[in-house]
Design a protein around this ligand. Structure first.
Ligand code: FAD
Length: 403
């Protein structure tokens, strides 16, 4: 076990670790400012929706899981649900409705329909240790990894075997632990590997936040916990690598969305000063994204069964966003929803929308406000995790020099 620092190209991207490292501090500073501004800090979501997959999903009675809502009157009027529902109903794409949420054919996630749900101020809810753990939390992760099981389309793409259902591994050890991480992912199709990286990278980023802001239950002190980081992330180098991968994927989405983000109407987000600040931070982040977000999305979903595979990929990722309704800790559920929506938005931008659709002038209602907010907050989470990795590296070096 050594103080691992990846170098060279980041697999399946056109970017390398050193380039991400070289911009991360500046990116983090701009994103940290951005997500504290009114447009990006208020997020409306229904955290009380029932788990659609199983009955007993536990609850976290630990005070660390609790969360406070924001009064709707604190949210600038322009971004309140009543105003938004008027705007969003103009979308021409067909909505597939479910109680309290919906998706359009191009979506990789379920979106709230803005009729229910509370407002949260994300800037006051740190992602950190909450105490949510054990079989309930494990069941969520296991279900998420099980969604990485593609059927007919993968078999056909991999050599035309006859269609047969792929059996889901049912023991924890097949989904978790060394076996899954140790799998030679080269044997799977590229799309499946990307899916796994997205999920494992998200898991690693959440773990990094837990270890960075960790509660020592004996002393009651909050502090970074190096041992936690080593065992959950650093001792599995690929988990660390996938956090970089997700960062590049998100940056590529922000880069493609650049013209749309730069002409988005953030006005009335608070004061005139806030509006100016929002735009200036957006310009900086988009500029960095254009230089670093090097990911060639066109190599995915090509070939004979591309459309079938993409539909399957979307269905699976949509399920992941629904699994969030089974997370028994409200604080974890909130960040789980924000980040799965953010990643789903990035994938929609990369795999579904062409240059014409992304044109802000011909398609001003391209994204819901919640998708834009989730995308930037998710990028912030990953960039913050990479900052935390540097902190842990320094702690590790200091500890090693004492030995
Ligand atoms: P877990 O993190 O539960 O992992 C289970 C198993 O998965 C591990 O044993 C390992 O074999 C495998 N695994 C772990 N990491 C990876 C990876 N990156 N890639 C592939 N396989 C992996 N807890 C908090 O304290 N604060 C939070 O904000 C929080 N948010 C959460 C959000 C969601 C959506 C979920 C599902 C859980 C959240 N949790 C949170 C719980 C937290 O993620 C862990 O489940 C909990 O801390 C118990 O950790 P663990 O060490 O048992 O392993």
């Amino acid at each position: 076990c050594k103080n691992y620092k990846p170098t060279g190209p980041i697999e399946t991207t056109m970017c390398d670790y050193e380039t991400v490292e070289s911009v991360n501090e500046e990116l983090f500073s701009n994103l940290s400012d951005l997500v504290r501004l009114p447009f990006f800090k208020y997020f409306q979501v229904d955290l009380d929706r029932e788990c659609p997959f199983w009955d007993e999903y536990g609850s976290c009675s630990d005070p660390g899981c609790a969360i406070t809502t924001v009064d709707e009157s604190d949210v600038p009027e322009k971004w309140r649900s009543m105003t938004l529902s008027k705007l969003e109903s103009s979308s021409i794409e067909k909505r597939h409705e479910l109680p309290g949420c919906y998706y359009r054919d191009s979506d990789f996630c379920f979106l709230d329909d803005n009729t229910e749900g509370d407002y949260f101020d994300l800037s006051t809810v740190p992602e950190r240790f909450t105490g949510y753990s054990g079989p309930d939390a494990h069941r969520i992760w296991r279900s998420i990894y099980e969604e990485n099981c593609f059927g007919l389309s993968e078999l056909n793409l991999m050599g035309g075997k006859s269609p047969a259902p792929v059996s889901l591994p049912d023991s924890m050890s097949e989904v978790f632990g060394e076996k899954e991480d140790g799998i030679d992912h080269a044997e799977h199709c590229l799309e499946k590997r990307v899916y796994y990286k997205v999920i494992s990278g998200l898991h690693a980023s959440i773990s990094t936040h837990i270890c960075l802001d960790y509660l020592n239950q004996t002393t009651g002190q909050w502090a970074p916990n190096l041992e936690c980081f080593i065992s959950r992330v650093a001792s599995h180098p690929e988990r660390l690598q996938y956090m970089y991968f997700n960062t590049v994927l998100l940056l590529r989405a922000v880069s493609r969305l650049g013209p749309y983000l730069s002409s988005y109407d953030y006005c009335s987000s608070g004061t005139h000063e806030d509006d100016q600040k929002t735009l200036s931070r957006i310009f900086k982040v988009v500029n960095i994204a254009q230089n670093v977000g090097k990911f060639d999305e066109t190599v995915l979903f090509r070939g004979e069964n591309a459309n079938v595979l993409k539909e399957e990929f979307k269905t699976h990722f949509r399920n992941v966003t629904r699994i969030m309704d089974c997370v028994g800790c409200h604080k974890c559920r909130l960040w789980g929803k924000v980040q799965t929506t953010g990643l789903a938005t990035a994938m929609k931008i990369l795999f579904e929308l062409d240059e014409r659709t992304l044109d802000p002038y011909s398609n001003a209602n391209l994204l819901q406000r919640s998708e834009v907010v989730a995308l930037m907050n998710t990028l912030h989470r990953f960039v913050e995790s990479l900052e935390a990795v540097n902190k842990f590296r320094t702690m590790w070096s200091a500890m090693s020099s004492l030995d």
